[in-house]
Design a protein around this ligand. Structure first.
Ligand code: PLP
Length: 452
């Protein structure tokens, strides 16, 4: 799926109708810029794709949890998938409906469980027998009944990065089917638990429908085998993990995922919950950053920008690919994100050149004016980079660069490492741009610390 509200026209990148160069001048860099219409469109595409089942779309807050973004998705009809008490706080602040909140995560504290019960959320997804026992205890102490789903570990291979696969038996997530079976049978001994359903989340991103089909077969069979008056199992939650285009990979549409999920849900008669995060947020934002310095050590060329891994950690953490291109550029960048004719050749060449970046011949500026470079940040770590061995138009100090597909696990994973204030976030709607999170100041870095 190409970018829909990010276009190059009139000499540069526009996010909806706002020129990236203007935004960078007005709000400074590094800067996260979100398109409201992209977020809305992505949400309505998921909703539409799963509309054949009775579906609640619970947006995954951890992918990108700014209050304004939660609010606009809430207005579009979203429920929320949370993984902490802090995310519950965010969703409630954004006016989210507690009856559409599901709470996942392998280790909910007593306080988090109590807060979830106080807010009367839809359900807690339980990830172990010990956690189930503790939810029973907390609910009993409050005189309440906790609505829960059992998170199954269906032991399927999502074939994604080792750090983001969650549905295999060696992963810490969920309960294996044999133990889940025993827990369902014993649930009658837990008077303060009401078992509403089962859930799974097999990893992210999963650019293939086959793991979902395998997981659904196992989950649907589990539901058929374990339904009883004490275990109504009316909800089937298949989690998130749907892909988003970063480079030139093949990403299924929501409709493709729905085609392998919905028939199994219908056969069980369950209500469906899906928890997309990345597939809504990733291509709804770019990170704008300015070139501070250009450096050539005779072996390699570096483009040093003012954003760092503290602002966007995905390349360092997951070896992930983000398309990077100058924001001021006359033409259409060679990427499938822009559906441009030059994309195929660009990526073919990139693959051919991968691993031979030290070759002197490759370092010359080519006929199209592109130079082979590493786009890196200012942080004191070699893993602080956005692109390695990448061809971009010859950069100069002061140029504005866009790091695309930065909306999911971008700002939400940012930190203050190297005592760097986190960037501002801006939400664009048409011509209009407003700050939805202010750039942090140095005072924010020491807030709460003693010692001054
Ligand atoms: C992170 C997470 C998601 C969202 O995954 P995406 O790849 O962003 O869609 C959904 N459900 C659970 C339980 C998660 O932990």
């Amino acid at each position: 799926m190409k970018l829909t509200h990010f276009n190059y026209r009139d000499g540069g990148l526009r996010i909806e109708n706002a020129a990236a160069a203007d935004l960078a001048r007005r709000f400074g860099t590094p800067l996260y810029v979100y398109s409201r219409q992209s977020l809305r469109d992505a949400f309505s595409r998921v909703k539409g794709a799963f509309s054949e089942a009775s579906t609640t779309v619970c947006y995954s807050v951890k992918s990108c949890g700014n209050l304004s973004i939660l609010k606009l998705l809430r207005e579009a009809g979203a429920g929320f998938d949370i993984v902490s008490g802090g995310e519950l706080y965010r969703v409630i602040k954004a006016g989210g409906d507690p009856r559409k909140i599901v709470f996942a995560g392998v280790a909910k504290s007593d306080d988090e469980i109590a807060k979830a019960l106080e807010h009367d959320i839809l359900m807690l997804n339980v990830e172990s027998e010990a956690e189930l026992d503790n939810i029973q205890a907390v609910a009993a102490s409050m005189g309440r009944v906790a609505p829960v789903a059992l998170r199954l570990n269906p032991d399927v291979d999502g074939k994604t990065h080792a750090k983001t696969t969650t549905g295999k038996k060696e992963n810490k997530f969920g309960i294996d089917l044999a133990n889940a079976s025993r827990l369902v049978r014993n649930i009658a001994e837990q008077p303060n638990i009401r078992l509403l359903g089962v859930d799974a989340h097999i990893g992210s991103p999963i650019n293939d429908v086959v793991p979902y089909r395998q997981a659904m077969e196992r989950i649907a069979a589990f539901i058929r085998d374990h339904r009883s008056p004490r275990a109504v199992l009316e909800y089937l939650n298949i989690g998130g993990g749907y892909g988003s285009l970063y480079r030139n990979e093949r990403v299924p549409d929501f409709a493709d995922y729905a085609a392998v999920i919905v028939p199994h849900v219908k056969a069980t008669g369950c209500k469906l919950i899906v928890e997309p995060g990345r597939s809504i947020a990733a291509n709804s934002a770019a990170l704008l950053t300015r070139v501070l310095y250009v450096k050539d050590n005779g072996f390699k060329h570096f483009t040093i920008v003012d954003a760092g891994m503290n602002d966007l950690i995905r390349p360092a953490m997951y070896d992930s690919y983000h398309f990077c291109w100058p924001a001021e550029y006359d033409g259409i960048p060679p990427s499938p994100l822009f559906d441009s004719p030059g994309a195929t050749g660009y990526f073919q060449r990139e693959e051919e050149e991968a691993g031979i970046v030290g070759n002197q011949a490759l370092r010359n500026i080519d006929a199209e004016g592109l130079i082979l470079t590493d786009v890196v940040g200012p942080i004191c770590e070699s893993s602080d980079y956005f692109a390695k061995g990448r061809r971009i138009p010859v950069p100069e100090r002061g140029n504005l660069m866009a790091v695309f597909s930065a909306g999911a696990y971008g700002f939400s994973m940012s930190s203050n490492y190297n005592a760097r204030p986190r960037p501002a976030e801006v939400l664009v709607e048409g011509d209009d741009a407003r700050v939805i999170r202010e750039r942090e100041r140095y005072e924010d870095l020491v807030a709460g610390e003693s010692g001054s």
